[in-house]
Design a protein around this ligand. Structure first.
Ligand SMILES: [Fe+2]
Ligand SMILES: [Fe+2]
Length: 236
């Protein structure tokens, strides 16, 4: 369990440090694109939040035996290169905020209800509070831009976007170790809970959110359903 907890906090550290860089870049691009100043400010604040989150992750990773971790400062652009600059910015905001931050809010809220220990609870609470704001930035940006830019191109891109956010091990077969309920005590979700929450958050929050902006979610839903079927019948 301690090994899995160390791995989870280590990978969270990487995600938080990457998000620090991503939000700083998003703040710059939002500002340059003429988006409202409060949205660019939210991104800048998010960048500072993520730096603070990374420090918490380092502390919990160390608690489980990890050495000093190397921050991930290399900026990766996930948007397809074929998009226009304004579409690429929209893609990055949506992928980071509407998808990744909404997923991490759901994860943290679930963890919070099961976590033990005052320090862990306080950290999870702080993270959850901030990630909610980071998610809101995405939905607020969509609401602002919908009258200025055609959002329909996102429909065909949602499936690879959400698949990317799942990470490489989300749909791994569930081993007893990876599914140990003891992980919850250390602020880590057992794998089957993680899978269930990932699907539920997409189906009940993220995809309905996109549908409200008239972005076509059909392909994303079909992909999600086939992933669930595969997970239920791995040899079919
Ligand atoms: Fe964070
Ligand atoms: Fe965040």
């Amino acid at each position: 369990v301690s090994e899995l907890a160390r791995a989870a906090w280590t990978s969270r550290f990487a995600i938080e440090t990457e998000a620090t860089t991503r939000f700083a870049e998003l703040a710059r691009r939002l500002h340059a694109s003429g988006a409202p100043a409060d949205l660019a400010d939210l991104a800048l604040r998010a960048s500072r939040d993520e730096l603070r989150h990374a420090a918490h992750c380092q502390r919990f990773a160390s608690l489980h035996g990890a050495a000093a971790l190397e921050p991930k400062t290399h900026l990766v652009e996930y948007a397809p290169g074929s998009l226009s600059p304004s579409q690429r910015l929209l893609y990055e905001v949506v992928a980071q905020c509407c998808v990744a931050e909404t997923q991490s809010t759901a994860t943290l809220v679930t963890l919070l209800s099961a976590a033990k220990g005052t320090e862990l609870k306080a950290v999870l609470q702080e993270l959850a509070r901030d990630e909610v704001q980071h998610g809101r930035l995405g939905w607020a940006y969509l609401a602002w831009i919908r009258d200025r830019q055609d959002l329909r191109f996102l429909g065909a891109l949602l499936q690879p976007m959400i698949a990317g956010s799942a990470g490489p091990d989300m749909f791994n077969p569930v081993s007893p170790e990876a599914d140990s309920q003891e992980l919850l005590v250390h602020g880590v979700l057992p794998l089957s809970t993680r899978q269930q929450l990932y699907v539920e958050t997409l189906e009940t929050v993220i995809l309905p959110g996109f549908a409200e902006f008239e972005i076509d979610t059909t392909a994303a839903r079909a992909w999600l359903q086939s992933r669930c079927q595969q997970a239920a019948h791995p040899n079919a």
